[in-house]
Design a protein around this ligand. Sequence first.
Ligand code: E4P
Length: 219
Amino acid sequence: MKFFLDTANLDQIREANELGILDGVTTNPSLMAKEGIKGNANVKKHYKTICEIVNGDISAEVISTDFDGMIKEGVELSKIHKNIVVKIPMIKDGVKAMSYLNKKRIRTNCTLVFSAGQAILAAKAGATYVSPFIGRLDDIGFDGIELISQIAGIYAVQGFKTQILAASIRNPLHIIKSAEAGANVVTCPLSSIMGLLNHPLTDIGLAKFMEDHKKVNSK
Ligand code: E4P
């Protein structure tokens, strides 16, 4: 399973990249706004910087919601770097745009997916990734992980090549459960990745090893 970081924050991207476990980055207009990145030129420059830090797929989201706008933006974004994947929302024009970009060999990540039906459409349109938002489903009382399992089952039976990118991850358990459910990728905040590290027995065990080593070696 690949690990993507879900942020536009360069410090966090560098920190995660230094761990050696980062396979890519996803962003969205809200995450770009959070970092204060505005204006077409600055947005493109920011994506280029991310591509220079991380050697992996970088999702860059369109802000148009009509077919012509999405394909124009998609083509422009794809020219920034070979690792750019164009993020397209799961709407009618989005499906059309993904099909078009797929034929032009421009890779896409279908975002804002909340049902198995939407995931089937994304696969049919030739999306490279489909992004079910599991945290946002959990937030309204639906089971986000169950959706990952359902999509994984359908894709396996049908032989769809689209990769399942579990998005809207809120905690380390979401990462573990996504792995069990068959996600190909998780995109997470840095805090959720770091949360996987922690176990009190590791800390206690390490302190004891250090103490025992010191007892003998300080004599
Ligand atoms: C996916 O690519 C989105 O950027 C993201 O995972 C949304 O997560 P949120 O629900 O925490 O905003």
